[in-house]
Design a protein around this ligand. Structure first.
Ligand SMILES: *Cc1c(COP(=O)(O)O)cnc(C)c1O
Length: 247
């Protein structure tokens, strides 16, 4: 039971506390990368700003952050529009309805949560093959999300369906399959979960040798994720502070 109210906790409206938390996470990330014997250039830190205001994104931008994650289109779209003056990369990390695919692609060219063939088709339809310049259309970067739980409502494809979904994505020229995304189950051992993702990644790479990226690691488990090969960390509350209306 938390005894800290939003009033006494360092809130997201305090830029000094934000800078301190960002620096602490950056240090934790650097030390895990060094312990893993990996290169910092191979790990992208995405700050997940869901439920937080535009002002917090601007503060993070001033602190050097360029990659941001959101999980709900109805919140992300107005935020991206209000921040269109900044050169940001938006990563969409939440469950995505096929009918919203076109709207999401307007601001986010990286989708971490592709989990079914109907969504692959919907994303393909968002890319207009007839570019006025005659250039090939800019591809959409996608990750296939794996569901590591038995709950089909959690989002993500069941590991047994991975190959079928990957084949659909690979057969779609405007999509660039980067790799896998997963959320470690809350009460489990994150290392066991990440080992499962690595095993699935090895299977995926038999079909798609370039799809080596691993989007995994959140506030509670980013160190473990880095030790297990994560290339894209999706970190929210450890940097932003508690979410204002996360409930
Ligand atoms: C909210 C969210 C995160 C960040 O979670 P924290 O525990 O706040 O770091 C990462 N990935 C997804 C898919 C999310 O929805």
């Amino acid at each position: 039971m938390s005894t800290l109210s939003a009033g006494s906790a360092p809130g997201s409206s305090d830029p000094g506390a934000l800078a301190t938390r960002l620096a602490a996470v950056q240090e934790g990330v650097a030390s895990a990368i060094s312990d893993a014997g990996r290169n910092a250039a191979d790990v992208t830190l995405i700050v997940v700003t869901k439920f937080h205001p535009v002002s917090l994104v601007r503060n993070l931008y001033e602190l050097g952050v360029r990659d941001f994650g959101e999980n709900r289109h109805q919140d992300a779209a107005p935020k991206a529009a209000a921040l269109a003056d900044l050169d940001l990369t938006w990563h969409f990390v939440g469950q995505l309805q096929s009918k919203k695919a076109r709207a999401v692609i307007e601001y986010s060219r990286v989708i971490h949560s592709v989990d079914r063939t109907s969504l692959v088709r919907a994303l393909a339809l968002t890319v207009d093959p007839a570019q006025p310049t005659g250039d090939a259309p800019r591809p959409i970067d996608i990750f296939i999300q794996l569901n590591l739980t038995d709950d089909a409502n959690r989002g993500g494809v069941a590991p047994a369906q991975l190959e079928a979904l990957a084949e659909g994505a690979l057969g779609t020229p405007c999509l660039r399959l980067r790799g896998l995304m997963a959320v470690a189950p809350v009460n489990g051992d994150p290392r066991a979960a990440f080992a499962e993702v690595r095993a699935a990644s090895a299977r995926l790479q038999r079909l798609a040798p370039d799809a080596t990226a691993l989007s995994m690691g959140m506030s509670a488990d980013y160190r473990e994720a880095i030790l297990d090969g994560a290339t894209h960390l999706r970190i929210g509350s450890a940097i932003t502070g508690n979410r204002p209306d996360a409930g």
